[in-house]
Design a protein around this ligand. Structure first.
Ligand SMILES: Cc1cc2nc3c(=O)[nH]c(=O)nc-3n(C[C@H](O)[C@H](O)[C@H](O)COP(=O)(O)OP(=O)(O)OC[C@H]3O[C@@H](n4cnc5c(N)ncnc54)[C@H](O)[C@@H]3O)c2cc1C
Length: 391
């Protein structure tokens, strides 16, 4: 097979890139190691910045999002049993949309099927070759045997554990990493959310987050030690723990129910630099990871893809490679700002096992300052709704 762009990974980054390129008449193939059902069963992000919504509109996949998504104008932070609202709309005139990553992925899969662009699911042993020379190739295996795709460019959209970043020669990549000493235990349940907006809670027992996917489906998280297993957390224990961390009103109003998904996610900050090696471009979690506290992971994947798609479209339309040449630098500027915000929110809202009494007082003072200072709230709001995308 020969295509213009071979995309490795059918998560949101790979599917969105395929869709933006297809609309510009650029031929792609997507190679994904898992089945479509498996990809759709992963419960992950749920908060879309305006720039993400705009990009999904540009890709022609925002109809259901506009019908079913919940527009939020603010968020609540809870500390010492009291909730404080940060009014994004009032502070920066912007809002965010609650719409699950699974639904975004569903819409993108449907759109790709409708245009008849090729995707290979359950592709085994995917490997990338000669991306530093002039004949980039991707090889993979299926039940039918071994296959090779030749292409002009390879897009590595295969997530943190994918093969593309690992194929870059040692020494050509610099990585930066911080692993946090706790995880997030998440529960999805078909129960109405406890509040119309998200509640982030800093409690002495640990962080808790009340979020949602719709007005009938809730997503809740509690900070837990990395040594814990999902099996240690029967539903009843989870709801008791969550209730113990919420303020009195939320605790009284929380409606619990059977979990329909339960998982523990470790928290990590990670950046690989640069994002381009010859004809190979990395995008999304393949290049960077943020702790989910800032709700930036999916949004960063979308902004990378937007820059990459626009660069490839300019190249194929007029031979102009300047956007591709600047891809890594433009993405990294945004990535590091999102890394900073996600790290700061994580530091502000969690209990760190090694923090001493002075550190805890500093965290309390930082929150008190935030609740009193309109300037600090504006900065939080600006970062939370997403910094503007460059053209
Ligand atoms: C458990 C968890 C919870 C999260 N919660 C949140 C949240 O609440 N908020 C938030 O903003 N973000 C969250 N994130 C982050 C967010 O989901 C990611 O940033 C987003 O999925 C990135 O999209 P992506 O397409 O770059 O990568 P992925 O979604 O990881 O997609 C990569 C795809 O590549 C495929 N792949 C991997 N290796 C290969 C290979 N060798 N060959 C072929 N295909 C391959 C994978 O199967 C996958 O389908 C969470 C992430 C995780 C893991």
């Amino acid at each position: 097979m020969r295509v213009q762009v071979a995309i490795v990974g059918a998560g949101p980054a790979g599917l969105l890139l395929g869709q933006l390129l297809a609309r510009a008449g650029i031929e792609t193939v997507i190679l994904e190691q898992r089945s479509p059902e498996y990809v759709l069963s992963r419960i992950r992000a749920g908060l879309l910045e305006q720039g993400t919504v705009d990009t999904l509109e540009e890709a022609g996949v925002a109809q259901r999002l506009h019908k079913e998504g919940l527009v939020h104008h603010g968020v609540e932070l809870c500390f010492a049993g009291e909730r404080h609202r940060i009014d994004y709309q009032g502070l920066v005139g912007k809002s965010v949309t609650i719409y699950g990553q699974t639904e975004v992925t569903h819409d993108l899969m449907d759109a790709r099927k409708a245009i008849g662009a090729p995707s290979v699911y359950e592709a085994e042993s995917v490997s990338v070759h000669d991306f530093d020379g002039n004949s980039p190739r991707v090889r993979y295996r299926t039940d039918g045997g071994a296959h090779e795709v030749t292409c002009d460019f390879i897009a590595g959209c295969d997530g943190f554990h994918g093969v593309t970043r690992q194929s870059v020669p040692a020494g050509a990549l610099k990585t930066y990493e911080r692993v946090y000493p706790f995880g997030w235990l998440g529960v999805l349940s078909d129960t109405p959310p406890v509040s119309e907006e998200l509640i982030y809670t800093n409690h002495e027992r640990g962080f808790a987050l009340c979020t949602m996917r719709s007005m009938t489906r809730s997503r809740y998280y509690v900070q837990c030690p990395l040594t814990e297993k999902v099996e240690d957390w029967p539903d009843e224990r989870f709801w008791d723990e969550l209730r113990s961390r919420l303020d009195a009103k939320a605790s009284a109003e929380l409606i619990s129910g059977p979990s329909i998904e339960k998982s523990i996610a470790p928290l990590r900050s990670f950046v690989a630099e640069p994002l381009r090696f010859g004809h190979l471009f990395l995008a999304g979690d393949a290049a960077h990871i943020v702790p989910p506290t800032g709700a930036k992971g999916l949004n960063l994947a979308v902004s990378d893809v937007r820059y990459l798609a626009h660069g490839l479209i300019a190249y194929y339309r007029s031979g102009d490679s300047s956007r591709l040449d600047r891809y890594s630098e433009r993405c990294l500027r945004r990535i590091w700002l999102a890394e900073r915000f996600s790290w700061w929110m994580t530091s502000l809202m969690h209990r760190f096992p090694d923090t001493d009494a002075f550190g805890r007082r500093m965290q309390a003072a930082e929150l008190t300052y935030l609740f009193r200072s309109p300037t600090a709230q504006k900065s939080l709001a600006e970062n939370y709704v997403g910094l503007p995308l460059e053209d």
